[in-house]
Design a protein around this ligand. Structure first.
Ligand SMILES: [Zn+2]
Length: 149
């Protein structure tokens, strides 16, 4: 059976957010939060523009989703993010009690998995969705940045 609303579908939306970050000269990471197959929040990295180290894609999506739902907990929600969340975002996601996290590329150095950041016991995490697309965008960004300097 054809599944129009699968993980790939929503990860493409997160990649669109990452492209927006790319176009602004930000490290290209994007995120969306979904409930009942509906995107309720979007975010992309804005740490340079906002001169704020906390302005990661996930942080903005969490705030937007809570505003949309009118509640601080993101139970029954899924976060799609193009890069494995860092410790800060994993910490915020812990507090949100989000049901599921789906990420694209692994971040071996700064990602929450290798750093053993605790997620909420109710949170399921899954990786590798459109991994190549997500890491290709990051690579393209850093090559371009190197050439400009
Ligand atoms: Zn983060």
């Amino acid at each position: 059976m054809l599944q129009p609303f699968d993980d790939t579908y929503f990860m493409k939306k997160a990649l669109q957010e990452a492209e927006m970050a790319f176009d602004k000269g930000e490290i290209p990471v994007g995120a969306v939060i979904v409930i009942d197959n509906r995107v309720i929040a979007r975010g992309h990295n804005l740490t340079e523009l906002l001169t704020d180290v906390t302005a990661h894609a996930e942080m903005q999506a969490i705030t937007a989703a809570s505003n949309f739902l009118g509640g601080k907990y993101l139970k029954d929600c899924t976060l799609y993010v193009t890069l494995e969340p860092c410790q800060m975002c994993a910490g915020a996601l812990y507090w949100s009690q989000i049901s599921k996290i789906v990420y694209g590329a692994r971040d071996l150095e700064r990602g929450c998995i290798n750093l053993n950041t605790k997620l909420h016991p109710k949170t399921v995490i899954k990786g590798g969705v459109l991994e190549d697309e997500a890491s290709e965008l990051l690579k393209r960004f850093f090559i371009q940045k190197r050439n400009l300097n």
